[in-house]
Design a protein around this ligand. Structure first.
Ligand SMILES: [Zn+2]
Length: 148
């Protein structure tokens, strides 16, 4: 038996054609137009639902890390916290150690953006709060001017 695809206008021998295309959800044969990927609507829906769920979980996981990081540096750059000291001359800059951030559960792998303030000197951002880490671990945290 042959299959004629009205989309690509190619005639296929059915046995060859079905061998070529397997449903990525159930592994069954995909019959029909050559651009058809799944054997049925149920397989297409469950495939995409599962993929979206996985992507959403990854988004949630990273957002949790960023939010936790943000809470940590917001707390440190709060004037009432004694662990941080404001850098003389800059009321929006707070200093702490890299070890202190680590002890609070800060995850250095995630940030929302970064900029190069001097050649080779990076400043990371976690939303609207920036931080810069020196080689000796001294960390400068910069609050935005309108910070409450
Ligand atoms: Zn299927």
């Amino acid at each position: 038996m042959v299959i004629f695809c009205s989309f690509c206008l190619i005639i296929f021998e059915q046995s060859i054609y079905e061998k070529m295309r397997k449903c990525p959800e159930c592994g069954g044969s995909v019959v029909g137009r050559c651009d058809r990927k799944f054997c049925c609507d149920d397989c297409r829906n469950s495939y995409h639902n599962r993929r979206n769920r996985t992507e959403n979980n990854e988004l949630k996981r990273i957002n949790r890390i960023l939010k936790n990081n943000y809470c940590i540096i917001r707390e440190i750059s709060s004037p009432s916290v004694s662990d941080s000291t404001s850098q003389p001359g800059d009321k929006n800059c707070y200093i702490c150690s890299r070890d202190y951030l680590l002890s609070q559960g800060f995850n250095f792998y995630y940030h929302t953006s970064l900029d190069e303030i001097n050649p080779g000197e990076l400043r990371f951002h976690c939303y609207d709060i920036a931080y810069r880490i020196e080689e000796n671990g001294t960390t400068y945290i910069y609050r935005p001017n309108n910070y409450q």
